[in-house]
Design a protein. Sequence first.
Length: 204
Amino acid sequence: MESAKEEKSLLVPEETYISCGVEIGTQQKTAHMEKFIARVRNDGLYIINIEETDKRIRHAAKLLARYEPNKVLVAAVRHYARKPIKKMAEICGFIVSIGRFLPGTLTNPLSQNYKEVDIVFVNDPIGDKQAMNEAIKVGLPIVALCDTNNETRFVDLVIPANNKGRKALALIYWLLTREILKARGDIKSDEEFNYAIEDFEEEF
């Protein structure tokens, strides 16, 4: 009974998700993302279902926690994602790729940038297309933050969310990091997580 109750409550209050703009999508939607959309605003922006975002952050954290940290690669080209993924990688022990993804990183063992990994996390399937393509080529599972305009055909675990906003990305990666540490047993409770959302927030 307790776990069902726990699953129903969100990882942070709904107001926190909303104040950070996690639910704000784009003015485009793909057929793949339709099931994650709650409504469309008067200005044409699609709004993502926060409960789905929350549920999938939990799933992603449990999944990532099962891998050896140095076998997890997190990649982001987008400026506002750079500090949050770097912070998550640093705390969780993941490999990080910030900015342009160097060709051959996952596919060419002779490249000095080559990384042998078991799973890839990308911030945006569009911006991080090179990382996506290489992961697909070598058959690695992919976890991705997907906005309403994303195609998700090759994504194994979709986290529906605003993958462009500065505050949204800070909150998402802060939550993922906290939940990964809990899933690993590194911390027992939220209170033991000694980082603020601001620690994950990129400068303007």
